[in-house]
Design a binder for this molecule. Structure first.
Ligand code: DX5
Ligand code: ZN
Length: 212
């Protein structure tokens, strides 16, 4: 499954963008929240997501690139996020937060940056609905895919055959194929979808084709 990251969309036309993604066959969207501290960039937060919520029935996969996600968790839950992903580098003891997310009826996931080994999240796999393997250092769209992370996808897939594994960053038709071959089940794609010609259906089809 390809999940568009909205980071490169036209935020001034969000309702149109969401509708265009729906017409193109998208079934969920990936929301990148950046705090200017955990990552060297700012994006948007819960008040913005709350205003998008009534505009679409897409599940919101919310990727919190934040130093202190627990502090704002209730805001994201109230805003209508469906999957809440936070970073093991930000919260090395993640179990209480994972449990709060699940207790609120959301799905809980941990993300790991390219240098972070699978062993950092291994003790917590039973608490997770999914893992997000970053294939770029988070903070910006449009970066090059780091192939070394494929080994982590293979390790996770072997350890947990049923666990949904997302990969995020630098996905194009070639890297989509590599990620799926390694065991990824969800491909997060920003710049490969929001390309200049505005033909999202063609962009998604190329990614899916690549992933076959
Ligand atoms: C990176 C974000 C990604 C990113 C993906 O910080 O977490 O979701 O926007 O964008 P592309 O596909 O352009 O790498
Ligand atoms: Zn992301």
């Amino acid at each position: 499954m390809v999940t568009p990251s909205l980071l490169n969309c036209d935020f001034a036309r969000i309702a149109d963008e969401l509708e265009a993604l729906k017409q193109a066959g998208t079934i969920a969207v990936h929301l990148d929240v950046m705090d200017g501290h955990f990552v060297p960039n700012l994006s948007y937060g819960a008040p913005v997501i709350k205003d998008w919520r009534p505009r679409t029935d897409f599940p919101f996969d919310t990727h919190l690139m934040m130093s202190d996600p627990g502090r704002y968790l209730d805001d994201f839950i109230r805003a209508g996020c469906d999957v809440i992903i936070f970073h093991i580098e930000a919260v090395p003891e993640p179990v209480p937060l994972l449990r709060r997310i699940r207790a609120a009826g959301c799905h809980a996931a941990l993300a790991l940056n390219p240098p972070t080994p699978v062993s950092a999240i291994e003790p917590f796999l039973d608490e997770l609905d999914a893992v997000l393997v970053m294939s770029v250092m988070p903070g910006f769209g449009g970066q090059a895919f780091e192939p070394s992370v494929l080994e982590k996808v293979r390790t996770l897939r072997a350890a947990r055959p049923e666990l949904p594994i997302s990969i995020d960053g630098g996905i194009n038709p070639t890297t989509a194929a590599e990620a799926v071959a390694a065991g990824a089940t969800q491909l997060v794609a920003g710049s490969a979808v929001f390309r200049n010609d505005g033909n999202y259906a063609a962009a998604l089809a190329e990614l899916v084709q690549g992933a076959r």
